[in-house]
Write a protein that binds this ligand. Structure first.
Ligand SMILES: [Fe+2]
Length: 368
C-alpha cells in the first residue's frame, strides 16, 4: 500500500490498483485540538455542515505523514499508518480467525483471576482466545455477593432480560425451565426466541458437590462446516428456512423467526440457534418439510455426538464465558441428593467484549 500525489490529488495505490481518495474523506479526518476532542476523538465539527465541494489547495508527503491544506482554510497532518488502518479494518474482531475444534480439544486455556485483570494483558489474551475458540475459562473468580455481575460489568455491561440481571442455576421445585432441574441438558443455544439473541453467556460456579453435572460444549461452527461439506442440501435448507422460536411465561410471550444456521452478507457463518423443544417450522410443501426434518435430525445427531462434544467439571470459582451465537452448551445429569450444585449466569453482548478488546489493544499497542 502506498500514498501518491498528483496535481493536488491524493491516490491510494494498492498493488498497482490506483484510486483517488475523495478530498472530503480527508477533510473529515482532520485532527488536532481545534478539530477533535482530545479524549474521545469525537469531531468538534459537523461534516454535514461543511461545503460539499471541498478542494485541496496544498499537499506535502513524507514517509510518515500527509499534510493537507483545504480550500476552506483547514489544515492537518495525517499519519499514513492511520490511513492504511482504515483500509485494512484492523480493528474488526472478525479478523481474529476462528479455530475449529471438536472432542479432541484437550488443553484449552484458563486464565487466573486477579482484581486488576480487566486492565491487564492477560485479559487481552483471554478475549482473543474467546474469539478464537468461542469460550474461555477464568479460575478463582470470587464467589461471594453475586460477583458475577461485577465481573460482567467490568468487561462491558450486563444484558438484562425478563429473567432478571442474572439467574441462579440449581434444581428447584416447579421450575419454568429444565435448566432448574437435575436432569441432563442436551447441547442447545440459549434464548433463540429473543431478538437479538444474547451474544455471550457467563456461567459462574459457586458450588459443585455432586459427582455428575459436567458442563458440555459443542462448537456450532465446526459442526455446521462439517454439515456443509458432507450434506450440502441439508445445510442449505437450515440456512434458508426461518423457524419460529417461542417462550411463554406468566407475564411475557417472546417470539422470534430466524434460521437455525444464519449466514452473514458474504454467506459465511454468523450464528446458530438450536433448542428443539421450542422451535416451530412453518407449514411448507410436504417435500420441503421432509428435507427440513432430515436436516434437523442430522444436525441434532451431530450436535449430540461424542465426536464434537467436550465435557468438563466446573469447580467453585470457575467462570465460563461462552459465545451463545457460536457454541452450544449443556450438562450431564446429577443426583441432587449428593450435595449442592449451584451456578450463577448472566448475559453480555458483543459490544462489551469487542469494546474491551479494542481498548486493551490500543493500550498495549498490540496487533490482532
Ligand atoms: Fe442454557
Amino acid at each position: 500500500m502506498k500514498i501518491k500525489l498528483e496535481n493536488n490529488k491524493v491516490f491510494f495505490d494498492n498493488n498497482g490498483s490506483k484510486k483517488e481518495i475523495h478530498p472530503f474523506w480527508l477533510r473529515e479526518r482532520v485532527n488536532g485540538e481545534s478539530f477533535l476532542d482530545k479524549g474521545t476523538q469525537q469531531r468538534l465539527f459537523d461534516p454535514t455542515e461543511l461545503k460539499k465541494n471541498i478542494e485541496i489547495k496544498d499537499l506535502k508527503l513524507s514517509d510518515e505523514f500527509l499534510e493537507v491544506l483545504f480550500d476552506d482554510g483547514a489544515k492537518t497532518k495525517l499519519a499514513i499508518q492511520n490511513i492504511f488502518k482504515e483500509f485494512s479494518n484492523i480493528n474488526d474482531v472478525k479478523f481474529i480467525e476462528k479455530i475449529k475444534w471438536d472432542s479432541s480439544l484437550k488443553n484449552y486455556n484458563n486464565y487466573e483471576f486477579d482484581e486488576k485483570i480487566f486492565e491487564q494483558k492477560k485479559m487481552y489474551e483471554a478475549l482473543v482466545n474467546f474469539y478464537q475458540f468461542g469460550f474461555v475459562i477464568f479460575k478463582k473468580v470470587p464467589t461471594k455477593n453475586n460477583f458475577l455481575i461485577e465481573f460482567a460489568n467490568s468487561i462491558g455491561s450486563v444484558r438484562r432480560t425478563n429473567f432478571g440481571e442474572f439467574f441462579n442455576v440449581k434444581s428447584i421445585p416447579n421450575p419454568n425451565d429444565l435448566a432448574y432441574t437435575s436432569l441432563p441438558l442436551a447441547p442447545h443455544t440459549d434464548n433463540p426466541y429473543r431478538n437479538p439473541v444474547p451474544c455471550i453467556q457467563i456461567l459462574h460456579c459457586i458450588e459443585n458437590e455432586v459427582k455428575g453435572g459436567y458442563s458440555t460444549l459443542v462448537d456450532g461452527y465446526t459442526v455446521t462446516e462439517e454439515l456443509k461439506k458432507d450434506h450440502p442440501d441439508l445445510y442449505k435448507i437450515l440456512t434458508e428456512i426461518k423457524v419460529r422460536y417461542q417462550f411463554i411465561d406468566k407475564d411475557v410471550y417472546l417470539e422470534n423467526w430466524a434460521e437455525m444456521i444464519e449466514l452473514d452478507d458474504e454467506e459465511n457463518f454468523k450464528q446458530v440457534r438450536f433448542s428443539p423443544r421450542l422451535d416451530f417450522v412453518p407449514l411448507m410443501d410436504k417435500d420441503k418439510l421432509e428435507l427440513y426434518y432430515s436436516a434437523r435430525n442430522k444436525i441434532s445427531e451431530l450436535y449430540n455426538s461424542d465426536k464434537f462434544k467436550i465435557q468438563f467439571k466446573l469447580s467453585p470459582g470457575d467462570l465460563l464465558m461462552m459465545d451463545n451465537h457460536r457454541l452450544l452448551h449443556g450438562r450431564t445429569e446429577y443426583n441432587a441428593n449428593e450435595g449442592n450444585r449451584f451456578l450463577q449466569g448472566c448475559y453480555i453482548d458483543y459490544d462489551s467484549t469487542e469494546g474491551k478488546l479494542r481498548h486493551l489493544k490500543k493500550k498495549f499497542n498490540y496487533e490482532l
